[in-house]
Design a protein around this ligand. Structure first.
Ligand code: CMC
Length: 378
């Protein structure tokens, strides 16, 4: 092999076909099973989008009702999931809790070793329904609060917020949360999805593939960026009574300084989108709605200041994690909980890819070019 053939980071490598989603960086578009993500975010529930990703088609009214009933009746936390979480120290990262919860759910599932399409779909549906309880429970235990039982009269997003905060969220908040779930659901061969496909390609089980994907998502170059964005805001300093203009000035100065020190600023840049992330305008509208709802104009100042300074200095655009971070902050989630929220949504994309990989499997096993010492002897 010519050494120049090596594609570090698999940059530009097309590894397989997928019918789950299409990313077109030139037209700034992302399609889930053919539908533009912006249209889905404007008009569809997260539950409908999940079914679309899994089955390839939007559900009929009956199909949606059947899934909704299933989802609402499978939200309660299983006893050993709670026990496993309780064994973990409060000092650990919530992504470690999320990873552990999925591992235990896999061990519990009666169809764990059944990889038929029917079993895989049923496991994916259970995981979508069961995962939020673990996140909500973890958020509450970190605040010394008692767990809140799920409510079957609430939809997915309403119930997620209910279990986390113990009160019914305002419709605007529910809607911003729903939009984030729709936008985070799927994004072709990103690092975590590819990880899930690699694991599936060895004929391992669905929960193992999701646990591995969670490991890949945790890193700040991927899903961990939504948390890292908030750390940036916190480092600059969030001052509730500051004007938008004052906040923007401080944010710009912070960014200029960070770039002068050649720092990578999380929430900006993308491997595929070089002209801007197609999901950002929709998520930014959701953030704007939260800023208005909570009367927090200074957050907009910080947001604009960083974005402008990065644009002027390097012409690098924000990615989805940039507006998502402050949106979750305004809703009341602790910063470390943001990436587990990404998991809750991406479970749909990961499991769709797991089923697709399973259906036309080939072991994923690339080659490497050896550059260690020449053969030598003892
Ligand atoms: N801050 C400062 N400089 C940057 C950034 C950034 N966020 N992103 C890219 N650059 C610069 C980089 O330093 C490099 O400059 P130079 O050519 O002078 O060395 C140039 O832009 C190309 O960057 P790269 O890292 O080689 O490009 P990549 O395609 O490997 O990286 C990326 C893509 C997402 C890893 C990178 O943009 C990054 O580290 N961003 C911050 C992390 C982040 O926000 N990740 C979330 C990604 S989207 C949502 C998700 O998947 O979770």
């Amino acid at each position: 092999t010519d050494i120049k053939d090596i594609k570090k980071g698999l940059d530009g490598v097309v590894a397989d076909y997928t019918a789950v989603s299409k990313v077109n960086p030139d037209t700034n578009s992302l399609l889930y099973r053919g539908y533009p993500v912006q249209e889905l975010a404007a008009r569809k529930s997260f539950e409908e989008v999940a079914l679309l990703l899994w089955t390839g088609e939007l559900p009929s009214a009956d199909e949606l009702a059947e899934f909704t009933a299933f989802e609402r009746s499978h939200r309660a936390m299983e006893a050993n999931v709670k026990a496993a979480i309780d064994l973990l120290p409060l000092t650990c990262h919530p992504m470690d809790v999320a990873r552990t919860a999925v591992s235990v759910l896999g061990a519990n599932h009666p169809l764990a070793e059944d990889s038929s399409r029917e079993a895989e779909l049923s496991k994916a549906k259970s995981l979508l329904a069961q995962f939020p309880a673990a996140v909500a429970y973890d958020q509450r235990r970190r605040r010394g609060q008692e767990p809140v039982e799920p409510r079957e009269d609430l939809d997915y997003s309403q119930n997620f917020l209910w279990m986390t905060f113990g009160e019914e969220a305002a419709p605007a908040v529910v809607d911003a949360f729903r939009v984030s779930m729709v936008l985070y659901a799927e994004h072709s061969f990103n690092a975590s999805t590819f990880t899930a496909r690699v694991i599936t390609s060895t004929l391992s089980d669905l929960h193992s593939a999701v646990v591995g994907a969670i490991g890949a998502l945790k890193g700040p170059l991927h899903g961990g960026a939504n948390e890292a964005v908030m750390h940036t805001f916190e480092e600059i300093g969030i001052r509730k009574d500051e004007s938008r203009a004052e906040a923007a000035t401080r944010a710009k100065a912070w960014m200029e300084d960070a770039l002068a020190q050649k720092k990578k600023v999380m929430g900006f840049g993308h491997r595929v989108y070089k002209k801007g992330d197609s999901r950002v305008p929709t998520m930014k509208s959701a953030l704007d709605a939260m800023i208005e709802h909570f009367g927090r104009d200074e957050m907009l100042g910080l947001y604009d200041g960083l974005e402008q300074a990065m644009g002027e200095a390097k012409n690098i655009k924000p990615n989805l994690d940039y507006p998502a971070g402050p949106t979750y902050h305004l809703m009341g989630f602790d910063t470390q909980m943001f990436t587990p929220l990404f998991i809750a949504s991406r479970i749909t994309g990961w499991t769709s890819h797991i089923m697709e990989q399973r259906a036309a499997n080939s072991l994923i096993r690339p080659l490497s070019e050896y550059n260690g010492p020449d053969e030598r002897h003892l």
